[in-house]
Ligand binder design. Structure first.
Ligand SMILES: [Zn+2]
Length: 195
């Protein structure tokens, strides 16, 4: 068993992350992409919770143990997606593809706001069916008016997405860091479509 003293020969902050796939070899999550630190990946390998599909050149060593750092791992036990995705700010933005539902502009998360289509002051609820992503200027312009009072209707009628829909939307956002060995697992079905 490796202990906490394992140190990779080449180290760097946040170096050697492992892409984590479900037992069906699809990423556990596309956005944010499911990646583990090398420490967590090595621990899971040693505990036999994952299979290693690809490795880095770099090894970790202890007196009794040496292991190449995994770059892609797959869980041995399949984790089913939650049937109903959690109602979070992030998931609302992901459902709306990070686009303001009034002007249609794509924005980084920090520039988006959470808009109640029917304002709370007019009895609107905080729910999948009444909350959309909106940019600051549109949110301000709409204020506490009803959609028909200001002629501002969301581009898509808000509703609860499925986990599959969120996962599909997430695929549109390539991660900042992409190791060569991850590509096959991230884009394999789109490659197949082209073939
Ligand atoms: Zn807008």
């Amino acid at each position: 068993m490796p202990d906490g003293s394992l140190i990779p020969q080449v180290s760097g902050p946040g170096g050697f992350p492992a892409l984590v796939l479900n037992a069906d070899f699809r990423p556990l999550s596309y956005f944010p992409l499911s990646v583990w630190s090398w420490q967590d990946a090595v621990k899971a390998v040693v505990l036999e919770r994952v299979s290693v599909l690809s490795e880095y050149e770099t090894e970790v060593r202890s007196p009794s143990f040496s292991l190449r750092l995994p770059s892609v791992i797959a869980l041995r036990d399949y984790i089913p997606a939650a049937r109903r995705p959690a109602f979070t700010r992030f998931n609302v933005f992901l459902r709306d593809r990070f686009e303001c539902q009034y002007c249609g502009e794509a924005k980084p998360a920090q520039e988006l706001t959470f808009d109640h289509v029917i304002p709370r002051s007019r009895g609107g609820r905080t729910s999948w069916q009444n909350v959309v992503a909106a940019c600051g200027p549109c949110n301000l312009r709409k204020g506490s008016r009803l959609p028909r009072e200001c002629n501002m209707l969301p581009r898509q009628e808000p509703r609860q997405p499925t986990s599959w829909e969120l996962q599909e939307n997430g695929r549109a956002f390539p991660p900042n860091h992409l190791h060569e060995s991850w590509r096959d697992y991230l884009y394999w079905d789109s490659e197949l479509e082209q073939g």
